[in-house]
Design a protein around this ligand. Structure first.
Ligand SMILES: [Zn+2]
Length: 89
């Protein structure tokens, strides 16, 4: 993906196929709302983390998630994924 490593942190909009990969990771047990446990999370954009946090793998991203449960106190959450887990290489 062009420009994915040009900054300390960068928002990467995801396409349909990439969102499906994230959804597959969520289904595999990596993601549910930490507050209400909903697994029907909306998938937003990815934030490149790799060079911002030394404890992260160099290709780590945080993918924004939104909880659809209107009574849930946590509207926004996220899942950490590596580029190879959801981005085109
Ligand atoms: Zn929730």
């Amino acid at each position: 993906m062009d420009g994915a490593r040009t900054g300390l942190s960068e928002i990467v909009p995801l396409g349909d196929e990439q969102r499906e990969r994230v959804r597959a990771r969520l289904r595999a047990g990596h993601g549910a709302c930490p507050a209400c446990g909903s697994e029907d999370l909306g998938i937003g954009d990815a934030l490149f983390l790799g060079f911002a946090f030394l404890s992260e793998p160099a290709d780590a991203y945080m993918v924004g998630l939104t909880c659809p449960n209107p009574s849930c106190p946590v509207t926004y959450t996220g899942i950490r994924l590596r580029a190879s887990e959801f981005l085109d290489q």
